[in-house]
Design a protein around this ligand. Structure first.
Ligand code: PEP
Ligand code: MG
Length: 879
């Protein structure tokens, strides 16, 4: 029979998949003999079974939970529901991958009207007993019974006001009794029945609620953003309560073994005396730094510092720990590998190797490739920054520079971003997990309250988003959507501000930014990654500028140059349009002759920039109507410019209209109908290569034919290319090698690729179109319904961002195998957006592709992801 519940003493750190990260580490700490309150873990398998059984806990699991509860009671020597010797527990979620704040926690479970009196008598601390009870009622009602938290907060606020209390800690026992009374009245009013008094029922309901929270909307969004599969489920940890709210000799805190912002090797954290866990994170009171604990209670500080060191050595990584002090006694409630900024991740990884705590292979696995993004993004232009005057200062919670328009609600930020606003700053009193999507679309986050471990700070650091937290200098009015800075100046929705996440400064203006420079730890780690990876990393670049950027990030070639982008340049567009409106081949050739020198110089620029690295040039791909205006007045203006009659041009535009342009006259179909286009492009590529090779380079250009579905159409275009190229080479009297290959972006091409490989010297998987054609929905419109698909758990992620390995991946696998059957040395690469996505890169590595090609800013991400795939575990091993 399967075992669904484990005592902490029965598990260990290697059982993360079953016990969740938190449960496995609590078990490991128990095994290490650290002061961990006793308890047990209900496994992730129990969670998946709960869902498979139609959201019910099977009798056998319920029985096992009750048995473990009894065992724990015996261990602790207290009894659940016994007012004379009450046993209270915390109930916390804990998935395999840490998902901070995404799921729910309930503290002080086991309290009811009689137990609270018993607890009060037993501890001689009535205030503490009722403080615990009011917390429990609120958390249980919110998490389990879905009564809004804010309604309870309103009551608490009211009682505080009535009694002139500034902080929660100022409330007396009598005040808290009153809070409890009003909470219970509210509960009854909302639910129609009394607050549940039976501890066992409370426990089962709480376990179910944690299971349910695995599927709450914010957890679903978090999983999608972090590539966490929906079928993992969460474990539930039930643990003996220890009390940080027992008075001024008690407290609770969070600390890291190294600074999570900079990576500096120094204990770093915050705590609050006379408080329970949620007070620190919620930012209601401003916590003290861990340093101050040394003064308040040196003994506990030293014990904690020793444990921290021991844990770091044990896990050989920076630890993020939660602790509680109950009447001067220390308890460890959690340890895990700490989330950190990109800069800290690099420093810690390199330092751990220097300190002999990790191998280079282990070090590269400690950095999440996606995080590198944060290092590659702009900082403020130093001169402008120096000249600017901050209008407020908060905590430097997550580094980077952000400039953008302010929005006061997460939904507004999301809306603005959907509407095309790419510079958004979310300003909130404090953030909560519901804000996750709004935080994700924001360049920066500014909060009025909360410390360095507040929700905003933790989440922003994880996302690599700039964040200034706890900025008391500003007064935020969320309802009326404005804030005032320290000088009293008002900022309304849409006004520009800038945030410096490294200093905590806020600027009331738009500041210019500059590109970052990468040195030190970054290049060390990248060098290690390069030694380990087998996949080559190329870039998608259409201009020498992009190519240079990618080269500076370590690209080893261009995997996709989309030539059409060159024709949108203002100096080329007229010739391009002339070519499109041509009625005869002669007219077309004349227009193409104008384009030839421009295109040739484009390629010379690219070849020169790429210094002999391979360059793949893709021939014209989009439907031609994209180059012509659509609105009548624009057609009129263009007709005049081109010396045509309006109706003549209008009829050409109408002729080019297609019902499904993405599946219409585009890709190689253009070259089949107008071979002279392929001829001109071949001429430009070959002549450019000859020209730069004359200057001492050794370019071997790769010509890539797009959107092939049938080998004969590839052969037709290839014949045009080869005939043109060979004649130019012969006339020039030079030696020049070149390759002709194709994109695989149509399912038919994938499944007939043994045939296609007879003509193609290389395949590049165009997974944007391949995904579109395989799923049968448009890459431009999928956004309209994908949200519904996530909510209904049909899809977990956007197949245009993360490769659908089951379907599209299967086609890639088939095509690779068939291609190799025909041509064992065929070169295989990928150039769709997935080429820069870590989990997709891991897939490409496992399939034995030769390279991935991605946008310049993703090159470092791809280098690291490729190394992680080679070392093993890949992107998913990170979680
Ligand atoms: C693709 O389809 O994956 C591709 C790279 O081509 P494009 O995005 O230009 O259609
Ligand atoms: Mg394509």
């Amino acid at each position: 029979m399967a075992k669904y519940v484990y005592l902490f003493s029965e598990g260990n750190a290697s059982m993360k998949n079953l016990l969740g990260g938190k449960g496995a580490n609590l078990a490991e700490m128990t095994g290490l003999g650290l002061p961990v309150p006793r308890g047990f873990t209900v496994t992730t398998e129990a969670c998946t079974r709960y869902y498979n059984d139609g959201k019910v806990i099977a009798d056998e699991i319920e029985k096992e939970i009750s048995e473990m509860m009894e065992k724990t009671e015996n261990l602790v020597g207290k009894k659940f529901g016994d007012p004379k010797n009450p046993f209270l527990v915390s109930v916390r979620s804990g998935a395999r991958a840490s998902m901070p704040g995404m799921m729910d926690t309930i503290l002080n479970l086991g309290l009811n009207d009689t137990v609270v009196e018993g607890l009060s008598e037993l501890t001689g601390n009535e205030r503490f007993a009722f403080d615990s009870y009011r917390r429990f009622i609120q958390m249980f009602s919110d998490v389990v019974m879905e009564v809004e938290k804010s309604k309870f907060e309103k009551i608490l606020h009211g009682v505080k006001e009535e009694n002139g209390a500034k902080f929660d800690t100022d409330l007396t026992a009598l005040n808290l009794r009153e809070v409890v009374k009003r909470y219970k009245e509210l509960f009854k009013q909302e639910k129609g029945f009394d607050f549940p008094q039976e501890p066992k029922a409370q426990l089962m309901e709480a376990v179910k609620a944690v299971f349910r929270s695995w599927d709450n909307p914010r957890a679903i969004v978090y999983r999608r953003l972090n590539d966490i599969p929906g079928d993992w489920g969460t474990a539930v940890n039930v643990q003996e309560m220890v009390y940080g709210n027992m008075g001024n000799d008690s407290g609770t805190g969070v600390a890291f073994t190294r600074n999570p912002s900079t990576g500096e090797k120094k204990l770093y954290g915050e705590f609050l005396m006379n408080a329970q866990g949620e007070d620190v994170v919620a930012g209601i009171r401003t916590p003290q730094s861990i340093e101050q604990l040394r003064e308040i209670n040196p003994e506990v500080y030293n014990q904690f510092a020793d444990i921290a060191e021991k844990l770091e050595k044990h896990y050989r990584d920076m630890q993020d720990m939660e602790f509680t002090i109950e009447k001067g006694k220390l308890f460890m409630l959690q340890t895990r590998n700490g989330k950190r900024t990109a800069a800290a991740a690099l420093k810690i990884a390199v330092d751990l190797v220097d300190e002999g705590m990790a191998t280079k292979q282990e070090a590269i696995m400690k950095v999440d490739p996606k995080q590198l993004d944060a290092l590659l993004h702009p900082n403020f232009e130093p001169k402008a920054l120096k000249a600017a005057q901050p209008v407020a200062k908060g905590l430097p919670a997550s580094p980077g520079a952000a400039t953008g328009k302010v929005f006061f609600e997460a939904d507004d930020a999301v809306e603005a971003s959907k509407g095309g606003e790419d510079k958004v700053i979310l300003v909130r009193l404090e953030t909560s997990p519901e804000d996750i999507e709004g935080m994700h679309v924001s360049q920066g986050i500014l909060t009025g309250r909360g410390g360095m471990t507040s929700h905003a700070a933790v989440v922003a650091r994880g996302m690599g988003t700039c964040c200034v937290a706890g900025c008391g200098d500003i007064k935020i009015n969320e309802e009326e959507k404005y804030f005032t800075d320290k000088n009293g100046k008002k900022y309304a929705e849409g006004d520009w501000i800038s945030l410096d996440g490294s200093t905590g400064n806020v600027y009331g203006e738009r500041l210019p930014t500059v590109e970052p420079e990468m040195t030190g730890d970054f290049s060390t780690l990248m060098q290690w990654a390069d030694e380990m990876r087998t996949l080559k990393i190329r870039t998608n670049a259409d201009t020498p500028k992009d190519a240079a950027q990618a080269m500076s990030f370590g690209a080893e070639g261009i995997g996709l140059c989309r030539t059409e982008h060159m024709f949108f340049e203002p100096d080329r567009l007229p010739a391009m349009r002339e070519m499109i409106v041509a009625r005869t081949e002669q007219q077309r050739v004349k227009a193409l002759e104008k384009l030839l020198p421009m295109q040739r110089s484009d390629f010379e620029g690219l070849f020169t920039e790429m210094k002999g690295y391979p360059v793949t040039i893709r021939f014209l791909d989009p439907p031609l109507h994209e180059f012509l205006p659509q609105a009548d007045e624009d057609i009129q203006a263009l007709a005049k410019e081109m010396g045509l009659e309006y109706c003549e041009l209008k009829s050409i535009v109408c002729d080019l209209h297609e019902f499904n342009p993405m599946m219409g006259h585009r890709g190689c179909r253009l070259a089949v109908t107008y071979p002279e286009i392929a001829e001109m492009q071949t001429r430009a590529v070959i002549e450019a290569a000859i020209n730069v090779n004359k200057k001492g380079m050794s370019v071997i250009p790769e010509i890539m034919i797009p959107l092939v579905g049938e080998t004969k159409e590839l052969k037709y275009v290839k014949d045009v290319v080869v005939k043109t190229a060979d004649s130019i080479i012969e006339k020039a009297g030079v030696q020049l090698q070149y390759k002709v290959g194709t994109m695989i972006e149509i399912p038919r091409a994938a499944i007939t690729s043994d045939e296609i490989a007879k003509e193609a010297e290389f395949f590049s998987f165009g997974t944007n179109d391949l995904t579109q054609m395989t799923f049968g929905f448009s890459r431009d419109d999928a956004g309209r319904f994908l949200d519904e698909y996530y909510n209904k758990k049909i899809y977990e992620s956007d197949p245009f961002a993360r490769l659908d390995q089951t379907g599209v991946g299967k086609l890639i696998k088939i095509a690779s195998e068939l291609g190799k059957q025909t041509r064992p040395d065929i070169k295989l690469g990928i150039c769709g957006e997935h080429g820069g996505d870590p989990s997709s890169i891991e897939f490409c590595h496992n399939l034995g592709l030769n390279y991935v090609s991605c946008s310049p800013f993703r090159v470092p991400i791809a280098r690291l992801a490729a190394a992680q795939a080679a070392v093993g575990g890949g992107a998913m091993g990170q979680k």
